[in-house]
Design a protein around this ligand. Structure first.
Ligand code: ZN
Length: 444
């Protein structure tokens, strides 16, 4: 009786695990389709080994090529061409004849593992080349583009697991263009075989199939270069609440990208605003809460202090921009910044009273905005007034590099340096710090 009950319970338990966690288990690793070149007039192929070009639909060989032989695929109104001759095929598959994992196909002088497919773009004016390969091979060529390979292995493993999770979560992102992910920062930077490094291969192999999950589902594993002391809540960066993307302490002080500064003149900023369609006349003031130590709570800023909104007040109008809009407009490293105004020359003068029979001296500040400006602008604490003096510059000084969501790569490095020697699971601690409430699970 007891035996029967326990086996029924076990069955129900297994069934519920399978139903609740559809993404946590898979029999084998997925194949990924990476967009390498889109809408090109021609693509140059080559390989260090014999390779063949086949029609994807019929499987028929169109051309057998010997090692080092160069082939140009191009497009004419009547179809694709192979070395100038029109072929009937709508989709070509290129792979080494001997499918040893070490063999690669060269596309526009870069080496790629797996198979290459070439097809005409929807508009039929150009051709697209994609790389089809097992996900783990894709990661070999991805993680090394994202993180320096001489970093501690636990940091590279954290990056590899984040990259794997991001890729699986975003399979099909570019479906309309005929592939899963692109090879740029829009998805993840992928450099193919020559970008592979021994440390990355080790990190990918040691975490084979492991992904980050939240309530059994793969997460959207955003990562960035440096959080600049604190990462940000998701809703403060792109408006959407995501439970595991919370602002946490980032240990990046004194590392690269920790601090940055950008100086521009008030006139230049007016021009930037004008070009972006915000003609507000002469810039009079900037509305921005002062940056304080995180976690902070202030109008227009996120928990880390990242700018959510910034206001520009001019002589003929005003405009509110999001932190991201302003960051993109000026090409700033992050939205975690403050601003101050500076005018050339001495900021204040010292008046010596002894010459006129008085005692001591007095410092008089020169760089004070006229009172009339304050009343005109309906002054608030967070308004920074411009003096309007010639040569006035705005100094934006900030922290971190990137959007500030999820894993901070430089923070992961600092954490990994503190790991106990021989701790081969420390990458999980790093991931559970930057992605709150998550688990690392083996998916295949
Ligand atoms: Zn993309």
């Amino acid at each position: 009786m007891f035996k029967l009950k326990s086996s029924v319970l076990l069955f129900l338990l297994l069934l519920s695990v399978l139903l609740i966690a559809p993404y946590a288990y898979a029999a084998e690793q997925p194949t990924i389709r990476v967009g390498l070149w889109t809408n090109q007039p021609s693509i140059l192929l080559r390989s260090e080994v014999d390779y063949s070009i086949k029609d994807v639909v019929t499987g028929k060989t169109i051309k057998d090529c010997t090692a080092q032989e160069r082939v140009i695929i191009a497009v004419k109104p009547e179809g694709m061409t192979v070395n100038g001759s029109v072929v009937l095929s709508a989709r070509l598959s290129i792979s080494p004849k001997d499918k040893d994992e070490k063999q690669a196909i060269e596309v526009n002088k870069r080496h790629y593992r797996g198979t290459i497919e070439i097809f005409r773009t929807t508009a039929k004016q150009g051709i697209t080349a994609i790389n089809i390969l097992p996900l783990e091979w894709y990661l070999y060529g991805t993680a090394s583009k994202e993180i320096p390979v001489d970093w501690p292995l636990e940091a590279i493993k954290a990056q590899a697991v984040a990259a794997r999770t991001y890729a699986i979560h975003n399979l099909g992102k570019h479906r309309a263009e005929g592939f899963d992910v692109c090879a740029t920062t829009d998805c993840q930077v992928y450099g193919g075989k020559e970008e592979e490094a021994a440390a990355v291969l080790r990190a990918v192999d040691q975490t084979f199939g492991q992904v980050i999950t939240y309530h059994g589902q793969t997460i959207d594993a955003f990562y960035h270069s440096s959080g600049g002391l604190y990462t940000e809540d998701s809703e403060n960066v792109w408006g959407k609440y995501v439970p595991y993307l919370r602002g946490v302490e980032d240990y990046t002080e004194n590392t690269s990208h920790y601090q940055w500064e950008k100086t521009i003149t008030a006139k230049e900023l007016e021009l930037y605003l004008h070009k972006a369609g915000h003609a507000i006349g002469t810039l009079k003031a900037i509305g921005l809460s002062p940056l304080q130590t995180a976690p902070m709570s202030a109008e227009g800023r996120g928990t880390s202090g990242r700018v959510k909104t910034i206001q520009f007040i001019g002589s003929t109008g005003s405009v509110d921009l999001t932190g991201n809009q302003f960051r993109n407009m000026l090409g700033l490293a992050s939205t975690l910044f403050d601003v101050k105004m500076q005018t050339p020359g001495p900021k204040d003068i010292v008046v010596d009273f002894s010459e006129t029979g008085g005692l001591g001296s007095k410092t008089i500040a020169l760089n004070v905005p006229p009172d009339s400006r304050k009343s005109f602008l309906c002054d608030k604490d967070n308004l920074r007034h411009l003096t309007g003096l010639p040569g006035e510059v705005l100094v934006f000084s900030g922290y971190g590099y990137g959007h500030g969501l999820g894993l901070s790569q430089w923070g992961a490095k600092v954490m990994a340096e503190k790991a106990m020697p021989g701790d081969t699971t420390y990458f999980i601690k790093i991931l559970q710090h930057y992605y709150q409430g998550v688990q690392v699970k083996k998916m295949y």
